[in-house]
Write a protein that binds this ligand. Structure first.
Ligand code: CA
Length: 141
């Protein structure tokens, strides 16, 4: 037979549990965010661009084929790649064009093309090769 605990034990235990429960329910202060710093002006780097392509020997017209519908192929045009195709250590330029949509009459007048320009150094390029793709196809699927 277990010994019976005195009523004072149960009273003390109930009081301790009540104190523990009350302390767990205590309201915590909310964390306040740090005050916002006033905005500081961001320095804008100065850059100046000049159109020098033609003076450097580059005459390439990019055809993007856009019809104004803003379809995905219209927004993704051609580009240019810098590569050293002849291994002379100077980066050459390969221009890539897009084409007109099938049925667009402009496609009969202006053809899509690729053009490779050799870097001659001293800021000059020479057109070495131009291709007119025999089949340029845009597909929306
Ligand atoms: Ca080169």
């Amino acid at each position: 037979m277990r010994p019976k605990r005195p009523d004072s034990f149960w009273s003390a235990l109930a009081l301790a549990l009540a104190a523990l429960a009350l302390s767990a329910c205590r309201r915590h202060e909310a964390v306040r965010p740090a005050p916002a710093l006033p905005p500081r002006p961001t320095p804008v780097p100065s850059a100046r661009f000049e159109e020098k392509a033609e003076a450097m020997g580059i005459r390439f017209t990019h055809v993007n084929g856009a019809r104004g519908q803003k379809w995905m192929p219209e927004t993704m045009g051609g580009g240019v790649a810098a590569l050293d195709y002849d291994g002379d250590g100077r980066p050459d330029l390969l221009f890539v064009s897009s084409c007109y949509w099938p049925g667009d009459p402009r496609g009969k007048e202006i053809k899509s093309s690729l053009a490779l320009y050799r870097n001659e150094g001293v800021g000059a390029f020479t057109a070495t090769k131009a291709w007119e793709p025999t089949a340029c196809r845009i597909s929306a699927t």
